[in-house]
Design a protein around this ligand. Structure first.
Ligand code: MG
Length: 263
């Protein structure tokens, strides 16, 4: 093990490709906007709810735009959104508003959600290698379970970590640290897929490289949050080049190890 530490221990994993996590043992996934393109449905649900705003005049009566959603809402958990969107409301009333919005989101999602392109190819790659996997989300449990089921991954994830069951939610590292602990894997042997600035920061803060999923949020903002690189979907050649590089590195690492301590 010492030789590995000497050779690779100096890497700052937020800056490197995936090859620094050798040997790879686990992959951790955000759900919304990463496994499926659900942000538009969150946007539609929230835009319609805010149009019916009881006091009548959220955002001066102007419907929120997708840009407003991406900048102010995407990746934030509902407790935070209560404060951002409804700062003058009693917290119980604000929570009920967000719960109603989630009901509307689930109605929309149950009709039209699909996996991000290439997801099942990556699923096969992971299963063939026997890697561990977890879903780590700020969404409420009914949303998370619905989305995972809708995209056919109910039997794929060993662990589901909910942000609202952690002491601190994303962008703090707690949900990802909890997932690593549950999987019994070190941060040195895992990486993360995330689509939001908040999520990328959480994965990086937990000590892992994060692959940004640039479905909706700007590549620039994910890179500034220290995503290792940003892909457009799971078919992106950048991802498969990095996985190939990782596999090559694992081969070299094993050969080095065996050359020094022959079995
Ligand atoms: Mg997300």
């Amino acid at each position: 093990m010492n030789i590995l530490k000497i050779k690779f221990g100096f890497y700052d994993c937020s800056k490197c490709s995936l090859a620094c996590v050798t040997p790879l043992k686990a992959i951790l996934f955000d759900i919304d906007g990463t496994l499926c393109d659900s942000d538009p449905l969150h946007y539609y649900a929230l835009r319609d709810m805010l149009k019916e705003f009881p006091t009548g005049r959220f955002n001066g009566g102007v419907p929120i735009t997708e840009e407003f959603f991406s900048k102010n809402i995407s990746g934030k958990h509902n407790e935070e959104l209560c404060r951002v969107l409804l700062p003058d409301w009693d917290i119980q009333r604000a929570r009920k508003f967000m719960e109603d919005k989630e009901d509307m989101f689930r109605r929309l999602a149950s009709e039209q959600i699909e996996p991000v392109k290439g997801l099942h190819k990556l699923q096969k790659w992971i299963e063939e290698r026997g890697l561990k996997r977890a879903a780590v989300t700020s969404a409420p449990r009914p949303n998370a379970e619905l989305l995972i089921s809708m995209i056919g991954l109910s039997d794929f994830f060993e662990i589901l970590v909910l942000g609202n069951e952690c002491e601190r939610q994303k962008p703090f590292p707690d949900p990802y640290l909890k997932a690593l602990q549950a999987l019994e894997v070190s941060d040195k042997h895992a990486f993360v897929f995330e689509d939001s600035v908040s999520g990328v920061k959480a994965g990086v803060a937990a000590g892992m490289p994060v692959v940004g999923m640039g479905l909706r949020n700007p590549e620039k903002s994910l890179s500034e949050a220290e995503a290792s690189f940003v892909i457009k979907d799971f078919d992106d050649p950048k991802l498969w080049t990095a996985l190939k590089e990782l596999e090559n590195k694992e081969g070299i690492t094993t050969a080095t190890f065996e050359a020094i301590w022959p079995v």
